[in-house]
Design a protein around this ligand. Structure first.
Ligand code: ADP
Ligand code: MG
Length: 705
């Protein structure tokens, strides 16, 4: 350090200086900065990045606006102001003019405050996006800028809040503070390993900070940001990989060395079809894991219908061959029941004891099962989360298969681990297609296998969209399918916030369908969340056996149910379902040799997003493509649910957009750990220090995932 009062500060001290001491801040603003945007120190403010930049050097003219997309900047004057409507419909309108024409500006909120700040007939610059209202163009909530505040070139725009703005810390105010801050003599050690810096020509940290705050051109900002995103994601990937290594090595696992009678007999004599290459490959990956002496923590991702159950079954047989039991957990009772029946059927000619345990298993049976598990008489246990209960103990459990894990929390997985002295291997099956780069992060501590091939002979499901007005035609089509001997699902949305409404909706639908498809020619089943498990099972089984041709249901059938003869899936109010749910539901048909159909029924008015979802479904059957669109529409948090939240809080990178950087980070993280497993090279010191800190502050994590 060389200059001024910071002479005696070390690098870190300067970064840790409370923001209060920055020129122009003081105690009051410091308090606000901390409360409103979490900025407490010099460091926090340095990394408080603009969310966009405005090119202050170019303006559009009003007559050219129709060809503009994205936000535009126009110089002109406000020539008239008026208010319309009352209460919640109140609007503030202003007519804005330049030499080429005029447009309407409109505000729905903060009307009084904005009205008092608008100046008529003075030159101002407006910035915003055009929207069409009732056939006319207008600009809602434009930013109004004093031309003298416009710098040259790119102006950074910082996120601010109402309270900060009221205290002079709107974007412009924050920009001033940051300019002041950048005068401080910061210096940084290089955190990113030399090779990576070189490969990507990364600017040094301090330079990158300047590039992000004050870019000369947009590419500078992008490059600066790239550096920080890569830094952040590299650290995250290293963390995830270390957790994976630590848990697999520290825990150790049963070694399934032999491929014995169970596996071989089944494979040679009872397999109904040739495994797909993808199934073979995944099985090989799993076998390598369970024969390694390490603990298996593998996620098998495969689209609905790709044949995950068979891979699970073969793995369980491997466990039996090595003297261990196996268990499989399904998210719903119906699904557990189905797995139980199909697996028992698959194994009927073999001497293997399979049991089913769910919440509705009778006490007497339950006791019998508990005994059988302890004595080892039961080889394979299939069930729901009832299986997690402490009273369920095994003689020696080798592996747990968890089907459709997105319904199972991390903590529940951990409970399975505790069922044995040596924790059983964990194999997770999921049909929730998530983009690869997201998987690398959310499942970064697991090994991931992908079944990316469908069993042969499947015809892709034909998907169509119908408005309510086309319902009669849809019904006509369904009658023909039923005449051919096919079965049909009608699925209704169920959202817990409005359960009663949804329920009424379902019952109305059921009644309408029963009238349109009357006895004796048609028989209609119904399954919904308010029914008792036995009732659900009874109805479901009637449908499975083909005694009813139509199944009216809520999303309880979403996961895993297998009725190959069902060829039509009608999704009612399809606009209310998310993409991945629509895709899951569609996966219920197209399981047999017949051409299948998915019909998305919607109301006439669709939001842009619903339109996009419906369109995507009509256009593609590819779960991964759908996942990509879903990710763009919803963001990663919503896709994974809250279950994984808290695992990572990325400050700069955005998993929705930064997929390619995630890939780079993953690749580099693997390379780093291969060449320097203990991170003991000097250029890895910073990473090591940081990771030790992270792993120590979240200690229990290694035990669960
Ligand atoms: P998911 O991956 O959705 O769990 P399933 O395991 O339920 O899929 O398999 C879907 C259907 O495909 C089942 O009827 C199953 O018997 C069948 N199947 C699985 N593997 C094959 C294969 N290799 N060839 C033909 N059919 C298969
Ligand atoms: Mg399945």
């Amino acid at each position: 350090m060389t200059s001024g009062i910071f002479y005696f500060y070390s690098v870190n001290d300067l970064l840790r200086t409370p923001i209060e001491f920055l020129k122009g801040v003081g105690p009051k603003r410091a308090e606000l900065l901390k409360k409103e945007i979490g900025v407490a120190t010099f460091k926090d403010l340095l990394y408080y990045f603009p969310f966009r930049y405005v090119d202050r050097s170019t303006f559009k003219t009003i007559d050219s606006l129709l060809t503009a997309d994205g936000p535009v900047q126009i110089k002109g004057r406000i020539v008239g102001i008026n208010e319309t409507g009352h209460g919640r419909n109140k609007r503030l309108n202003a007519i804005f003019q330049d030499q080429t024409g005029s447009i309407n500006l409109v505000w729905f909120k903060g009307i009084n405050w904005i009205r008092s700040s608008l100046k008529v007939n003075e030159e101002v610059v407006i910035y915003g996006r055009l929207k069409a209202y009732g056939g006319k163009w207008s600009m809602p909530h434009p930013e109004i800028i004093n031309p003298s505040d416009l710098g040259n070139g790119l102006q950074p725009i910082y996120p601010s809040t109402e309270k900060l703005s009221a205290n002079g810390l709107h974007s412009k105010g924050i920009e001033k503070l940051i300019s002041e801050l950048l005068l401080q003599p910061f210096s940084f050690e290089e955190k990113i390993p030399r090779d990576i810096v070189k490969d990507y020509n990364l600017p040094p940290e301090l330079k990158a900070i300047h590039m992000v705050h004050h870019p000369v051109q947009l590419d500078d900002a992008k490059m600066g940001r790239f550096r920080f995103k890569l830094q952040e994601l590299l650290l995250l990937q290293l963390e995830l990989l270390l957790r994976k290594i630590v848990s697999s090595q520290k825990l150790g696992g049963h070694r399934f060395e032999v491929v014995g009678d169970h596996f071989n007999t089944f494979y040679k004599s009872h397999l109904k079809y040739e495994l797909t290459n993808a199934q073979k490959r995944v099985l090989k990956e799993v076998r390598a894991d369970v024969n390694s002496g390490h603990h298996l923590n593998r996620l098998v991702q495969g689209d609905v219908g790709s044949g995950k159950t068979l891979v699970a079954l073969l793995t369980m047989l491997l466990s039996l061959d090595n003297g261990y039991q196996a268990a499989m957990i399904a998210p719903t009772e119906i699904l557990a029941q189905q797995h139980y029946e199909s697996i028992r059927d698959d194994l009927k000619e073999m001497d293997i004891e399979v049991a089913l345990l769910t919440g509705s298993t009778k006490k007497k049976d339950r006791e019998r099962i508990h005994e059988g598990l302890l004595s080892g008489d039961i080889d394979i246990l299939i069930g729901t989360h009832a299986l997690l209960e402490k009273t369920v103990q095994f003689k020696d459990l080798g592996i747990v298969v968890i089907d459709e894990q997105h319904r199972f929390g991390v903590a529940q997985r951990a409970r399975m681990w505790k069922k044995n002295r040596v924790p059983p291997h964990i194999l997770i099956m999921t049909a929730t297609p998530i983009p690869r780069t997201l998987a690398m992060t959310y499942y970064g501590d697991l090994d991931v296998s992908v079944i990316d091939e469908m069993p042969p002979g499947r015809k892709p499901v034909t998907t169509t969209h119908s408005y309510e007005s086309g319902r009669l035609r849809v019904f006509g089509f369904i009658r023909e399918e039923i005449k051919k001997g096919r079965q049909v699902y009608f699925v209704y949305p169920l959202i817990s916030e409005s359960e009663t409404l949804d329920f009424n909706n379902l019952m109305d639908g059921f009644n309408a369908i029963s009238r349109a498809f009357p006895l004796p020619d048609y028989r209609v089943s119904i399954v919904h969340g308010k029914m008792k498990p036995e009732e659900k099972e009874f109805e479901m089984n009637r449908f499975v056996r083909g005694e009813t041709q139509i199944m009216v249901a809520t999303t309880v059938i979403e996961v895993g149910v297998n009725v190959p003869n069902a060829s039509v899936m009608v999704i009612e109010s399809a606009e209310r379902f998310g993409l991945s749910q629509l895709h899951q539901l569609r996966g219920r048909v197209g399981r047999g040799a017949e051409q299948s159909y998915c019909i998305l029924m919607t109301g006439d008015k669709l939001s842009k997003e619903s339109q996009k979802r419906v369109q995507t479904m009509v256009q593609t059957n590819d779960g991964f493509k759908i996942a990509e669109v879903d990710l763009k529409l919803r963001g990663p948090g919503d896709i994974m649910g809250t279950q994984q939240s808290g695992l990572m809080n990325l400050r700069i990178a955005d998993l929705t957009k930064d997929g390619p950087i995630v890939s780079i980070a993953r690749q580099k993280a693997i390379a780093i750990l291969e060449s320097d497993p203990n991170l003991s090279k000097p250029e890895h010191f910073w990473l090591r220090k940081k990771l030790v800190h992270i792993l120590q502050t979240k200690p229990d994590w290694g035990k669960i995932a």
